[in-house]
Design a protein around this ligand. Sequence first.
Ligand SMILES: Cc1ncc(C[n+]2csc(CCOP(=O)(O)OP(=O)(O)O)c2C)c(N)n1
Length: 324
Amino acid sequence: MDKQKLLDYYRKMVLVRRFEETMEEYAKKGYIPGFLHLGIGQEASQVGAMSAFEPGDYVLPDHRGHGVCLMVGTPTREVMAEIFGKKTGTNGGRGGSMHVADLKRGNIGNNAIQGSTMATACGLAVSAQVKKTKSITFDFLGDGTVGRGEFHESLNLAGIWKLPIVYVLVNNGYAISTRATDAHPLADLAKMGCAYNIPGVTVDGNDVEAVAAAVKEAADRARRGDGATIVELKTYRWQGHFSGDPASYRPAEELAAWKEKCPIKHLRTQLLGKKLTDEAALKAIADDVEREIQDALKFAIDSPTPTIEDALRFVYVGREVAGK
Ligand SMILES: Cc1ncc(C[n+]2csc(CCOP(=O)(O)OP(=O)(O)O)c2C)c(N)n1
């Protein structure tokens, strides 16, 4: 067991957790335009999966993907400013929470249409094959997305062309208020790839080491030219579908049980149990993360909002009306 690696996972998970909690707090205060989908509770899935991401790879985060966007290496300040709709954000404030993209680091961004990133992933993977690069594509999707037509069409193409894709299927148990087990005939959705000759594996999505190992194996397979894999991560979102959804469709005991399985708590217990660290060192990590969050928050709040000209800069259709 690599102590340094585990402490790095710990710091990253605390960063993602604190980032999300801060976003929720500031959404309630009215700082954040549009919808906010939070991934609190899913940190091990995001941090563990992204540990296999290398420079030159592509990633398509899902709509709950702030943590994934941070793991690409985009400065926390820029991700936060984007969510605040500010000019200093990754996309000049045009994208907001669901569309944080950072092309130079391989983050292609999310698309609000569930399943559509799966088609884009095929395109990215085909381009890597044609250019003979070693780039692989990480495509994050949820259990709800498995029912979409694009899921099957994309897997078919990925299967027949052995595309270098890792499907990170984050099964958090619900698609809005619909239970995954009410919507799909299989409990382990990774098996859905079998019809397309795409192997799948189902992993405890709250165990960061297990997630990292499974995704690394899938990434290695894609890099070798052996094609796509589905890695299903069983986890849970603590919040409602979006910030403000009271999630009354879920039993309180279910949420309480999953909170007990908190991925950060799990790693913390392991680290302390195996005497790989102590309380003081973990507190120092938390304090360091807090400084990073407060710095990003000040940056996001103090940054200018885009002007009307900024907002129109990439709008092409209809500009002839304005004489442009
Ligand atoms: C084609 C399409 N249908 C419906 C929606 C509305 N919608 C947004 S998120 C979502 C649920 C997605 O569930 P899942 O894939 O399990 O991800 P989770 O929200 O649980 O992370 C739905 C139905 C959409 N964005 N696109």
